[in-house]
Design a protein around this ligand. Structure first.
Ligand SMILES: Nc1ncnc2c1ncn2[C@@H]1O[C@H](COP(=O)(O)OP(=O)(O)OP(=O)(O)O)[C@@H](O)[C@H]1O
Ligand SMILES: [Mg+2]
Length: 559
């Protein structure tokens, strides 16, 4: 149950390439602080979403930026260092629709990386909170995790489980973790700049969060009291900045040979990372403006930037590069082409959102996320859309936008949306009949009894969209479906669906065709208490298949 004990809201932006957190005390909600102290680096709002594992991939040796750039100072350590594993971009494994997922070590479960990363993040969060508010317990913290808009509910279930295993929440503080979508958080952050851009009540704006992995879009209308209404179905795509890095690798593969690049990647992943981050991102991607006149060809000297790639290069590529002193030239067109696929997709996404609304309805477009800092991306977007959207703006601190917006979301949830629920809700379950406690007239022929398994008690405080869930299994080995019947009551502790003052709300059926698994087919049933309706869902925990339905509240005006 969400308690009034919550003192601090902490939001975590678990990004594809960079992650960070921000926090605020409920008593001073205007002071949202973004953490900038990371081991190995100070002053940046995020650290790399990267882990360095030992040879067995069991233990985390380093995390964040030091995981990517651990220097091998002594030669004798080099052999050992070769066997270590850098794991990154693992967030994208949550997206089941992605065809070519980023590589991970063989037999390595991406969820382990998420848990390990969250454990490391938790220790910095705890340290930071202890410094600010000594004695504060994690039980007094509401955590907000932001997720891409397009990702299905199962991603939240997985992240919730990972956060649980990382120790952010326990059985009693389940509701101290909430989710918001990345564009929702970005939109809330953009609220703070709406005034600066003269946006008035009923004005509509588009927010585009251009991250490392995904680009997420949402269209919102400003309402009274700084509230936002969602205008269209949000959208998103896999066209973040790291897809430009991938194009660079394809370019490099064409120069050195795909095979050479492949073996180099396998054997010296850390060096490849350095090449991407320290050479490509720093010297090529980040500064690229798209202005041909000011562009100077860039030399990639393999001996300086990535000498360990050279021994892998063979045949014609070797002869050619040897003649050129191992220098590869990056011309204007080469770099432009690397941006092209991602930029085209982003433009298409923006276009599709604008097409959903009448012309001139969208008064402003705000771009946030690290990729929005690209001068080339911003000029392409301005060129494409300046005739359709009057203001195209880039709010301050674009990288911290999501995490700060997510803190505001958490603070507002606390202020506005905690409500006392006037009914008990539960589902019908068949239990063993207890002759000392249960009325004999309710005994079924198989010596059982229909009871109510309560998910929420009348009088509890519920936040908007709070979810209550529990695991169930089929009663029979050969059962092909479970029907969840939902009941409600004004009583705090109703026991039987057939007793007075207990009403039937509706049912949800889930098919379970895999009868060969017998009773071992766990289903997670949950009720989510949204603003206008109750959403029931049942997820087959083995296949991740989800069945959903919604119900109106029994008497809307009461709640
Ligand atoms: N000037 C720039 N030009 C191009 N890309 C940039 C620039 N500055 C930062 N980036 C890229 O932005 C990305 C980081 O942005 P951000 O922190 O918003 O992403 P993320 O949260 O890790 O990803 P996601 O939101 O997709 O999960 C990196 O890939 C980085 O290389
Ligand atoms: Mg992001």
């Amino acid at each position: 149950m969400i308690s009034n004990d919550i003192r601090v809201v902490v939001a975590i932006d678990f990004g594809t390439t960079y992650s960070g957190f921000a926090f605020a005390n409920r008593l001073s909600p205007d002071e949202i602080e973004t953490n900038t102290r990371w081991s190995g680096r100070e002053g940046l709002p995020k650290t790399n979403t990267a882990l360095l594992y030992d040879a067995e991939c069991d233990n985390v040796l380093k995390w964040g930026e030091p995981a990517l750039f651990q220097e091998q100072r002594r030669r004798k350590n080099q052999d050992a260092a070769q066997k270590l594993h850098i794991v990154e971009r693992f967030k994208l494994h949550l997206d089941h629709s992605m065809e070519q997922k980023p590589e991970l070590p063989p037999m390595f479960d991406y969820k382990k990386a998420i848990i390990d990363y969250l454990i490391k993040m938790k220790s910095v969060i705890e340290e930071t909170l202890q410094r600010r508010w000594p004695g504060l317990s994690l039980k007094q913290v509401l955590f907000i995790l932001s997720v891409p808009a397009e990702w299905g509910p199962y991603t939240r279930a997985i992240l919730r489980d990972c956060a649980f295993k990382a120790g952010f929440i326990d059985e009693n503080t389940h509701s101290n973790l909430e989710f918001t979508t990345e564009p929702e958080a970005a939109a809330i952050h953009c609220l703070s700049v709406c005034n600066e851009h003269n946006l008035k009540i009923n004005d509509t704006f588009l927010v585009v969060d251009c991250g490392g992995g995904t680009v997420d879009l949402t269209v919102r209308t400003l309402l009274a009291d700084n509230k936002l209404r969602e205008e269209t179905v949000r959208s998103g795509g896999l066209c973040g900045s790291t897809f430009v890095d991938e194009e660079f690798l394809k370019f490099l593969g064409r120069k050195v040979g795909v095979k050479a690049l492949g073996t180099f990647k396998e054997q010296a992943y850390g060096d490849l990372q350095k090449l991407i981050h320290r050479f490509f991102c720093q010297h090529v991607k980040l500064p690229f403006t798209g202005d041909e006149d000011e562009f100077e060809p860039i030399e990639l000297d393999l001996e300086t930037h990535c000498s360990t790639l050279i021994p892998h290069i063979t045949g014609e590529a070797k002869d050619k590069l040897e003649d050129e002193d191992w220098v590869i030239d990056l011309e204007y067109d080469d770099v432009k082409k690397m941006f092209e696929p991602a930029i085209k997709k982003i433009i298409r996404l923006i276009d599709a959102q604008l097409n959903k609304l009448p012309r001139d309805k969208v008064k402003a477009m705000f771009l946030v996320g690290g990729f929005s800092e690209s001068p080339y991306l911003s000029s392409r977007i301005k060129d494409n859309f300046k005739n359709r959207v009057r203001k195209i703006a880039f709010p301050r601190q674009p990288i911290a936008a999501i995490v700060k917006g997510a803190v505001s979301y958490g603070l507002n949830m606390q202020i506005i949306f905690s409500r006392i629920i006037p009914w008990t809700f539960g589902i019908e379950v068949k239990s063993i009949f207890d002759e000392n406690k249960d009325p004999i007239r309710l005994r079924t022929i198989d010596n059982r009894i229909w009871k109510i398994d309560i998910l929420v008690h009348q009088g509890e405080s519920l936040k908007l969209n709070e979810e209550r869930s529990r695991e169930y299994k089929p009663l029979q080995n050969n059962q092909e479906a479970i029907v969840f019947k939902i009941f409600y009551s004004k009583l705090e502790n109703p026991k039987y669906p057939s007793q007075n003052n207990v009403e039937y709300l509706g049912k949800l059926r889930i098919l379970l065709p895999d009868v060969h698994l017998g009773r071992n087919r766990p289903v997670e049933f949950s009720l989510k208490f949204a603003k206008e309706e109750i959403k029931a869902s049942a997820r087959n925990k083995i296949t991740d298949e989800v069945y959903q339905t919604t119900f109106k509240y029994p008497f809307e005006s009461d709640f």
